[in-house]
Design a protein around this ligand. Sequence first.
Ligand SMILES: C[S@@+](CC[C@H](N)C(=O)[O-])C[C@H]1O[C@@H](n2cnc3c(N)ncnc32)[C@H](O)[C@@H]1O
Length: 469
Amino acid sequence: MSRKRKELPVLEGVEIIDVAAEGNALARVNDMVVFVPFGAPGDVADVKLDRKKSSYAEGHIERMIKPSAIRETPRCEHFGICGGCRWQHLPYEFQLQCKQKQVKDALERIAKIPFPEITPILGSESIWEYRNKMEYTFSSKMWLTFDQLRSGEEFPDRRAAGFHIPGAFDKVLDINACHLQDDLGNRIRRFIKGFGKEKGLEFYDLRENRGFLRTLMIRIASTGEVMVVMQVGEDDQEKIGMLMDAVASEFPEITSLQYVVNTKVNDTIGDLDIVCYKGREYIEEEMEGLRFRIGPKSFYQTNSRQAYRLYSVAREFAKLKGDELVYDLYTGTGTIALFLARGCRHVVGVEYVPEAIEDAKINAGVNGLDNTEFYAGDMKNVLTSEFIAEHGRPDVMIVDPPRAGMHEDVVNVILNAAPERIVYVSCNPATQARDLALIHEKYDVEAVQPVDMFPHTQHVENVVGLKLR
Ligand SMILES: C[S@@+](CC[C@H](N)C(=O)[O-])C[C@H]1O[C@@H](n2cnc3c(N)ncnc32)[C@H](O)[C@@H]1O
């Protein structure tokens, strides 16, 4: 979304024919693929090119000639500027079809292995307010839209709280309402922004690395518990106390109010001490009677209800009878491991982040599950043939790697361990398909079930059940 556009041509009367990667729409003009953000299949429009490469181009809709019949009015006032929900103008049913196709295409074009019919994607029951966690950034440099710039209006007060614009690290789109989380999240953010302005608390200058209000994380659990973590750029206890007291008194429903002082240049807080100002240090999520403690640094699937459906699919594909040894690789805070622990003999969880492993152990204790053990470290270093000799050959392996998929060494150790079943949960069908092509050496795909965790985005989760041949 650069403002310094090179003078490239306007392509007239372009028909959008499909959706493509990164949530863009796609057109074909004289054998050239043109990616068009916020287009809809069926749109006919004049498209101004912004970037041209040898094999493809990127452009934006300059003039709509005939909008697609499937278009819907986006709910969000920030649609088209905010990088978040790029598919709000597409009906939810159509979004689901696109995600189903994304999974099928990856299996056909990348994995190139036989697979059974893909069961219809499990759509999200809530398509709004489905996120349990949101993170906002405060900035002294509000992003000005093209319309605002063209209007000639002056914007002397550019303090903002919202989201980064892709490709503009120092500017933030001021958000009035985001519909991805319960409206309480909007009210808390708006209150802190208003309070900050009223009391003269400096909004962070991301270029100068100066200021007080930096970021805000809001978690609203399905149990109703609410966590707020305010990141500030100065260790000024008077200001911190004033802000925290005001938030606590305005929002008594907050059960965990925390802050962190960060004077570093980057705004990651993984290495910093977070101070609990009021309430408990964690909130709890609940799933089938299991309680999961979530601290400010803990990972938890952001769509709680769909996480339950995702884990239920994983459990179904694992076909546990009760006496199995299960490995849960990339276990995070051990949620899948604990979810399965009641239905098998023993679970071994492995994960990179030591704090997540600590959470997993705590959650095992909270739930009285003594048939689990967890290990922290890089998968390719931890999961070795020695590790398997020591902990036992697994009957079932659940793998849920990050977007990059699995390291080839890890795939090889899994193939040598040869569990009866593998359940591969993935947030990236392309890398999952790449890994499946290797796993296919010894395994057949038994079942494929996509799950939608993120309505209005192009992201899709996919679960594949595999059986040793
Ligand atoms: C998609 S998350 C899965 C989390 C968990 N299964 C859940 O549902 O909550 C992927 C996890 O893999 C971990 N991870 C990433 N790279 C890793 C590596 N090289 N070795 C071990 N774990 C890794 C991440 O920290 C993250 O917790």
